[in-house]
Design a protein. Structure first.
Length: 635
């Protein structure tokens, strides 16, 4: 096991304000250093014990942001970043936020210059106040942290007589050295709106804008990976609940439904040719569906919206010619014919927030990378759609059932001449998607059952297998000036990663633990599996603007190191032969209060002492599947 020690016994810890409810995301803990030199594995919670690795690790800290986001829509925080006065190969960020009052959930993006480095969202506050802390390993951006630049945090918020909550935000960085760190990229090039020099947010709004940049790669590039950050907002926030384009006018008394189907594909083009895709994870924000589902346990990834990786190394013989090349990101749904066929729509409703990056690892100085142009195998994606409408009485439409199935495979391969000789570079993707949607009661009740799975395999040794199951039920009923929403959400995220991609697998945080240090070299990858199940009722009065709610939310998460066997699994993904559990957590919240919280860290139990009682009042209902955002579409 590992040495675990209560936070309360250590003097550096800020005194937690008793009245603040601690809101949190369940995620594997992170290796970090605190100002007194203690190296620890922690999720930053003030309630938890932590794993102590070492007491005197050299490090330095910086406060990057200390700012209250109040009337901040279109007014990001802008600061100057200067590298710290110590040597480091690890960077860990600590985001801590407090808020009091009533407020919608908001989206936040942090940039270093023109480059997005962190996308997050907020929890909804209570009258007595909430607090959350999230730790993130930022080592992937090491090359940016070695140079001066602007640090921009864009968290658009608005305050009025009803929505009074500001987000008091502190972002700190810890810098230290770890012997077995990842190898970060040498160069990071942004595909963004390039507004950093003016202190602006560099995110693209799609489809109203084209997400495109012309980039010139270093001629000695040896490896290149494209990452994409894509988040649906407003009419696209609940994209997974949208209906077929041919059925958007099924319920005239209800209004036009959001369309382009519940299928979404984020596409990356190099000089106009498709180079890879991402089928997104269905994020649910803390105001989404029924807000009381997400207090104090927020939705999966709500505090840390992940990016997808596409290996574009096969394109280096084209891109290392010294010229600029175009990178464009699009989001597509489906257009259907109404008779069972569908094609990519190449657009969506409004809107998606998009940025991208090219991470480049360099060969020897002076080398010029050459080779063959990529051989592309790219059959047309397969789509199957169907729908049926039921009527009552005077032929009024009452029910709608629709179904979508999608499959896609892509393959890119080229030969690259490096300073060490010739090598084959390849990138393969195989993806499958299904969604069945049911509207009843004239669209006031909706059920969606969705599954997204995929395999990504690179010749570099990096591979990823993912599964995103989702079941969502919501009903909306009215009586006089009251309305009631009931919801059930059952969902999961299961990701296995092998080799080294751009972002940490999570194993890096455990490499310093004596309990598993000797095992780390035997792991070929990591597995992160989580499920989240919730039931909630939300009752509101439109005249008095008051609300009450009841909810139960349960989540389980297991993080493991995995080993692979000699055999090949599906789609070229190596077969998993074994695993070692490194972290496990089970949480249960009822009516906003934690009633169970158990954690095991490398075989040792970790205690969580929760204070603050939850509240079933004062939520800001900001979105419902099929209905989109209730406020002005602002995050």
């Amino acid at each position: 096991g590992v040495l675990v020690q209560p936070r309360s016994s250590r003097q550096y810890i800020r005194a937690a304000t008793v009245s603040l409810l601690e809101v949190f995301q369940v995620y594997p803990p992170v290796l970090t250093v605190i100002p007194d030199g203690t190296l620890e594995i922690t999720d930053g919670s003030s309630t938890a014990t932590v794993a102590i690795i070492e007491n005197h690790r050299k490090s330095c800290q910086q406060t990057l942001v200390s700012y209250s986001f109040a009337y901040s829509y279109g007014q990001p925080f802008v600061g100057n970043y200067t590298p710290p006065p110590c040597s480091f190969n690890r960077v860990i960020w600590n985001l801590t936020v407090t808020s009091r009052g009533r407020q919608f959930d908001r989206l936040g993006i942090v940039y270093l210059g023109d480059t997005e480095v962190f996308r997050t969202s907020t929890a909804e506050p209570t009258a007595n106040g909430i607090e959350w802390t999230y730790l993130k390993d930022m080592t992937s951006y090491l090359s940016l942290f070695k140079q001066q630049g602007k640090l921009i945090m864009d968290l658009g918020n608005l305050i009025d007589a009803t929505y009074t909550g500001a987000f008091n935000t502190t972002l700190t960085a810890s810098y230290f050295t770890a012997a077995d760190s990842i190898t970060p990229a040498d160069v990071i090039l942004p595909v963004s709106a390039h507004k950093g020099s003016d202190g602006g947010a560099s995110v693209f709004t799609v489809p109203s804008n084209v997400a495109s940049s012309d980039l010139t790669l270093p001629r000695n590039a040896m490896k290149a990976i494209f990452t994409v950050a894509a988040t649906g907002q407003s009419q696209e926030e609940f994209w997974w609940s949208n209906t077929l384009q041919s059925e958007i006018d099924t319920f005239p008394q209800y209004g036009t439904l959001y369309g382009y189907s519940p299928f979404r594909e984020v596409q990356v083009f190099i000089d106009g040719t498709l180079a890879g895709v991402a089928w997104p994870f269905p994020i649910i924000f803390t105001g989404g569906v029924v807000p009381n589902l997400w207090r104090p346990v927020v939705g999966i990834d709500a505090f840390d919206l992940k990016e997808d990786e596409i290996d574009i190394t096969p394109w280096l013989p084209l891109m290392c010619d010294g010229n600029a090349h175009n990178f464009t990101i699009r989001v597509s749904g489906l257009n259907d014919s109404g008779n069972g066929t569908a094609t990519l729509s190449e657009t969506t409703d409004s809107y998606w927030l998009i940025t991208g990056k090219v991470f480049v690892w360099l060969d020897k100085p002076g080398h010029v990378t050459t080779g063959t142009l990529p051989s592309i195998v790219q059959p047309a994606p397969s789509f199957q759609v169907s729908s049926a409408v039921g009527t009552v009485g005077n032929d009024t439409n009452s029910t709608l059932i629709y179904s979508i199935k999608a499959q896609r495979s892509l393959s890119f391969q080229s030969t690259i001449n490096t300073s060490r000789g010739r090598k084959t570079a390849s990138w393969q993707q195989s993806l499958a998607f299904s969604n069945t949607g049911v509207y009843t009661d004239g669209a006031n009740t909706q059920v969606n059952t969705q599954q997204t799975t995929g395999y990504d395999v690179s010749s570099s040794g990096y591979a990823k297998h993912f599964s995103y199951p989702l079941y969502a039920y919501s009903s909306y009923t009215t009586q006089a000036d009251n309305f009631t929403i009931q919801a059930t959400i059952n969902r999961g995220k299961d990701v296995q990663t092998l080799g080294q991609g751009v972002f940490p697998s999570g194993l890096e945080s455990f490499s310093a633990s004596n309990a598993v240090h000797s095992m780390i070299p035997t792991f070929q990858g990591a597995s992160l599996s989580t499920t989240q199940n919730g039931n909630a009722t939300y009752i509101a009065n439109t005249t008095s603007s008051t609300s009450s709610s009841f909810s139960t939310t349960e989540q389980d998460m297991i993080f493991s190191g995995v080993t692979t066997g000699s055999g090949a699994g599906p789609y070229g993904f190596p077969a998993i032969s074994g695993s070692r559990e490194l972290f496990e957590r089970h949480v249960l919240a009822v009516n906003g209060t934690m009633v169970a919280d158990t954690e095991t860290l490398v075989g040792s139990p970790v205690g969580h002492q929760h204070g603050g009682q939850g509240s079933g009042r004062g939520f800001a209902l900001s979105g419902l599947p099929g209905r989109g955002r209730k406020h002005s579409g602002l995050r």
